[in-house]
Design a protein around this ligand. Structure first.
Ligand SMILES: O=P(O)(O)OP(=O)(O)OP(=O)(O)OC[C@H]1O[C@@H](n2cnc3c(O)ncnc32)[C@H](O)[C@@H]1O
Ligand SMILES: [Mg+2]
Length: 198
C-alpha cells in the first residue's frame, strides 16, 4: 500500500485523514516522526499550509500534504482565523479556546453568530512544486458546547441545517460537509494525479 505523509501533529486531523484516505493509503504523520515544530509565520491559511508542506517535503524528500485550518467568526472580524490553535494561549488548549469564543460572543444574538471553518491543503511534491486546495463549511457559533465527536472547536460549531453541532455528527457526516472533506474532494478531483504520479 502506498504511504502518504501528512505534515501535522494534530491527532484529530490525523484520525480524519486516516478515515478519508481509507484503504488507499497508509497515513503517516509528524506524531511519529522527529521533526521540530514548524513556525506558522504566514498570515493566511494558504501561506501556513505551504510553509508546513514544504518544510516537511524538504526534510523527507517525498510528497507531503499539510493542512492549515481554523475558524472565522464574522462578529469578531474573522478571528480567531489563522490563530485558531493558540487563541487562548500557546498550549493549544481546545477547551480554553472554545471558552474564549463563547465568552466573546456572550452578548451577540443568534442572527449575528455566523462563522465558518476553513481548510487549505497544500501538496508539496519532490519536484519542488506545491499545489493548494481550499474547502469551507458555513455555520454558527452555538451558545454552549454540545457533542463529543470530532476535535477542536467542533462542540461550539452549530449547523442550522442539521440542528446539531459538528461534534454531534458522526465521522461520515462530518467528512461529507466539513471544510477538510471539501478541500480533500477538490484534491481528489483536480490533484489526484499529483499523488498517483509521485
Ligand atoms: O499545525 P498542525 O500540526 O497541523 O496542527 P494544529 O492543531 O496547530 O493545526 P492548525 O495550525 O491548522 O490550527 C487549526 C486550529 O483550528 C481548529 N480546527 C481545525 N479543523 C477543525 C475541525 O475540523 N473541527 C474543529 N476545529 C478545527 C483546530 O482545533 C486548531 O485549533
Ligand atoms: Mg498549527
Amino acid at each position: 500500500m502506498k504511504t502518504i505523509v501528512i505534515a501535522t501533529k494534530n491527532a484529530g486531523k490525523v484520525k480524519e485523514f486516516e478515515h478519508m484516505f481509507g484503504s488507499q493509503y497508509k497515513v503517516e504523520s509528524l506524531l511519529e516522526k522527529k521533526i521540530d515544530d514548524i513556525p506558522e509565520t504566514g498570515v493566511t491559511f494558504e501561506e501556513n499550509a505551504i510553509i508546513k508542506a514544504e518544510a516537511v517535503r524538504d526534510h523527507l524528500n517525498c510528497t507531503v500534504i499539510a493542512d492549515d485550518s481554523g475558524l472565522e467568526i464574522d462578529a469578531l472580524d474573522g478571528r480567531p482565523g489563522v490563530y485558531s490553535a493558540r487563541y487562548a494561549g500557546e498550549n493549544k488548549d481546545d477547551e480554553a479556546n472554545m471558552e474564549k469564543v463563547l465568552q466573546e460572543l456572550k452578548h451577540i444574538p443568534r442572527d449575528r453568530r455566523s462563522a465558518r471553518f476553513v481548510c487549505v491543503l497544500a501538496v508539496a511534491l519532490p519536484d519542488g512544486s506545491v499545489h493548494t486546495f481550499t474547502g469551507t463549511c458555513e455555520g454558527e457559533i452555538a451558545e454552549a458546547r454540545a457533542g463529543t465527536n470530532g476535535f477542536g472547536y467542533d462542540p461550539v460549531f452549530y449547523l442550522p441545517g442539521y440542528k446539531k453541532t459538528m461534534a454531534e455528527l458522526n465521522a461520515e457526516e462530518k467528512h461529507r460537509i466539513s471544510h477538510r472533506g471539501r478541500a480533500l474532494e477538490k484534491l481528489w478531483a483536480q490533484g489526484r494525479k499529483l499523488l498517483l504520479d509521485s
